[in-house]
Design a protein around this ligand. Structure first.
Ligand SMILES: Nc1ncnc2c1ncn2[C@@H]1O[C@H](COP(=O)(O)OP(=O)(O)OP(=O)(O)O)[C@@H](O)[C@H]1O
Length: 280
C-alpha cells in the first residue's frame, strides 16, 4: 500500500477530528441511531443500493463519499424516505431509526421528517421573508403565538450561526441573501422543527470557499446537539469535519471506518485508489 504523501489528492490527516479519547471510549458513549440492515434499492430496474449494512451513531458526523452515481444521494434519501417520491422505487431490507423500521409502511413519513431534517446541494429557501422561512415549519405544526414564533426564529437563526447577519432585516426576502447565507437559512429552517438528525446532501458544493468554511464550522458545532449525515464529493471536507466515513462504490459500501483511519490507513484497495485520486 502506498503512502498518502505520494498521492495526487493530499488529505492532511491532521485535519481530521482530533480527540484524546480512544475509539472504544467514543463508541461506548454514543449510541446507534440508524441501523441499516441488508438494504437493497432499485429504481425500476437499476439496482442502486446493494446490501447496505451501516450503523450510524448519535451526535457524530458521518460522511458519505464515493464517485458520481455510486448511490450516496440515494442512500441519504432513504433515511427520511424521500427516495419514495421517485416513481418505481422498491426496497428490501430494513432501516431501523431509534429501534423502529422506517421502511415499514405503518411508520408515518411526516413524523419521521419532523425528526430528520434535510439540507440540499442548492440552497432552496422559500420566496418569503427570512422570518417566514424559519417560522414556516413551526406554523405548520400549529404554533401560532407570535412571541413563541419569535423565540423559535431567533434560536434557530442563532443555531445556524446567521442571527447576527440577518437580525436587522428579518422581513426581507431570503432570496436577497448570498448563497452561503441562504444555505444557513435553510439549516435554520430545519433546526426550527427541532429534529434529531440533519441529512446534508452536498451542502457546500454550490458555495464559495469562505461560505463553505462557515458551514463546516457550523457542522462541527451542530454535532453537539444533532446527528449529522453528510454526502460530499470533497474528501478534504470529509476529513475535516466527520467522525466516521463511508466509502461507496457501484451501490455498495466498500469501507466504513473512523475517518482518521479511513484516510490514513484504508483497509480496502479500492478505498485507497479512490482517496488517492486514482479514479473518480
Ligand atoms: N430518480 C432516479 N431514477 C432512476 N435512476 C436514478 C434516479 N436517481 C438516481 N438514479 C440512479 O441510481 C444510481 C445512484 O445515483 P445517486 O444519485 O444516488 O448517486 P450519487 O452517488 O449521489 O451521485 P452524484 O455524486 O453524481 O450525485 C445511479 O445509477 C443513478 O443513475
Amino acid at each position: 500500500m502506498s503512502t498518502l504523501t505520494e498521492n495526487k489528492i493530499n488529505i492532511n490527516v491532521n485535519d481530521t477530528v482530533q480527540t484524546n479519547e480512544s475509539q472504544e471510549q467514543i463508541e461506548s458513549k454514543s449510541s446507534v441511531i440508524y441501523n441499516t440492515q441488508n438494504l437493497d434499492l432499485w429504481y425500476t430496474k437499476t439496482h442502486a443500493l446493494k446490501n447496505i449494512n451501516l450503523e450510524i451513531r448519535e451526535n457524530e458526523v458521518t460522511a458519505i463519499i464515493g464517485p458520481s452515481g455510486c448511490g450516496k444521494s440515494t442512500y441519504i434519501k432513504t433515511l427520511n424516505r424521500m427516495v419514495e417520491l421517485v416513481p418505481g422505487v422498491s426496497t428490501t431490507g430494513a432501516i431501523s431509526y431509534k429501534g423502529k423500521n422506517i421502511l415499514d409502511k405503518s411508520i408515518k413519513v411526516e413524523d419521521l421528517r419532523t425528526q430528520v431534517g434535510m439540507v440540499f446541494q442548492k440552497p432552496n429557501p422559500f420566496p418569503k421573508s427570512i422570518y417566514e422561512n424559519v417560522a414556516y415549519g413551526p406554523k405548520v405544526h400549529g404554533i401560532k403565538k407570535k412571541a413563541i414564533l419569535d423565540e423559535i426564529v431567533e434560536k434557530s437563526l442563532r443555531g445556524a450561526a446567521i442571527w447576527d447577519e440577518v437580525k436587522d432585516r428579518l422581513n426581507q426576502n431570503a432570496y436577497g441573501l448570498s448563497g452561503g447565507q441562504q444555505q444557513r437559512i435553510c439549516i435554520a429552517r430545519c433546526l426550527a422543527i427541532e429534529p434529531d438528525v440533519l441529512l446534508m446532501d452536498e451542502p457546500t458544493s454550490a458555495l464559495d470557499p469562505i461560505s463553505t468554511l462557515k458551514i463546516e464550522e457550523l457542522i462541527k458545532e451542530l454535532k453537539k446537539n444533532y446527528t449529522i449525515i453528510i454526502v460530499t464529493h470533497n474528501m478534504q471536507q470529509a476529513a475535516r469535519i466527520s467522525d466516521r466515513t463511508v466509502f461507496m462504490l457501484n451501490g455498495e459500501v466498500v469501507e466504513f471506518s473512523e475517518t482518521n483511519q479511513l484516510f490514513s490507513n484504508p483497509k480496502d484497495q479500492r478505498t485507497e485508489d479512490y482517496i488517492t485520486g486514482r479514479f473518480g
